[in-house]
Design a protein around this ligand. Structure first.
Ligand code: AMP
Length: 212
């Protein structure tokens, strides 16, 4: 299955991407996580990305398109993949089409802005990529990652003023993609629920209906 997951920041796309990836045994490619890893490692990519990520804007298209192209041609993606956080602009979606990669479905997880702001304040993440919420998806031990045991932290771009910018960026640059994919008959929308497992159930149901 070749799947794209879309949704506003904090809608739960990363969490659902990881769950589907484990179930289907295919990789989830999170451009946000790749950029954060590069920032942490202080690579050239990380240094370029930093100001865009920390202000809540988009990293320039040509940079992320290059990252995704490299992944999609790799062996890891030969049985399918999930793109989490890419494409985020019409230019990126067009570049993906130009790569000639067949997409089976585009899953949009829909959550309104008021709920997004509330959710973001409770989000805790781990450097291994796992994501939690203090109320809706808490780890077994407070502030400790279930998967790798490291300490959880609050993402720098989850602070309130950056969240507002990220939402604006989503509405102005990414939301137009919903029509782009609806026109291609690929869009599948699911309403994000408060509990992760409830969203997972809706996602599972929606994906069971698509042709692979
Ligand atoms: P995410 O983890 O998906 O919320 O992404 C975190 C941040 O990384 C975003 O707010 C952007 O600054 C940047 N980013 C991630 N994916 C992309 C993309 N496809 N295009 C441009 N910037 C991106």
């Amino acid at each position: 299955m070749n799947l794209i997951i879309m949704g506003a920041p904090g809608a739960g796309k990363g969490t659902q991407a990881e769950l589907i990836a484990a179930r289907e045994n295919i990789p989830a490619i999170s451009t946000g996580q790749i950029l954060r890893d590069a920032m942490k490692a202080g690579t050239e990519l990380g240094n370029v990305a930093k100001s865009y990520v920390e202000s809540g804007g988009l990293v320039p298209d040509e940079i992320v398109i290059g990252i995704v192209r490299d992944y999609l041609v790799s062996d890891a993606c030969k049985n399918g993949f999930i793109l989490d956080g890419f494409p985020r602009s019409i230019a990126q979606a067009q570049a993906l089409e130009d790569m000639g990669v067949k997409i089976d479905a585009v899953l949009s997880i829909e959550v309104d802005d008021a709920r997004i702001v509330k959710r973001m304040s409770g989000r805790r993440v781990c450097e291994c990529g796992a994501s939690y919420h203090v109320d809706y998806n808490p780890p077994a031990v407070a502030d400790v990652c279930d998967k790798c045991g490291k300490a959880l932290y609050i993402r720098k771009d989850d602070k309130a003023e950056t969240v507002i910018n990220r939402l604006e960026t989503y509405h102005s640059q990414t939301e137009p993609l919903l029509d782009f994919y609806r026109e291609r008959g690929l869009l599948v929308a699911v309403e994000g629920q408060e509990k992760v497992e409830d969203t997972t159930e809706l996602v599972r149901e929606a994906l069971s209906k698509i042709d692979k």
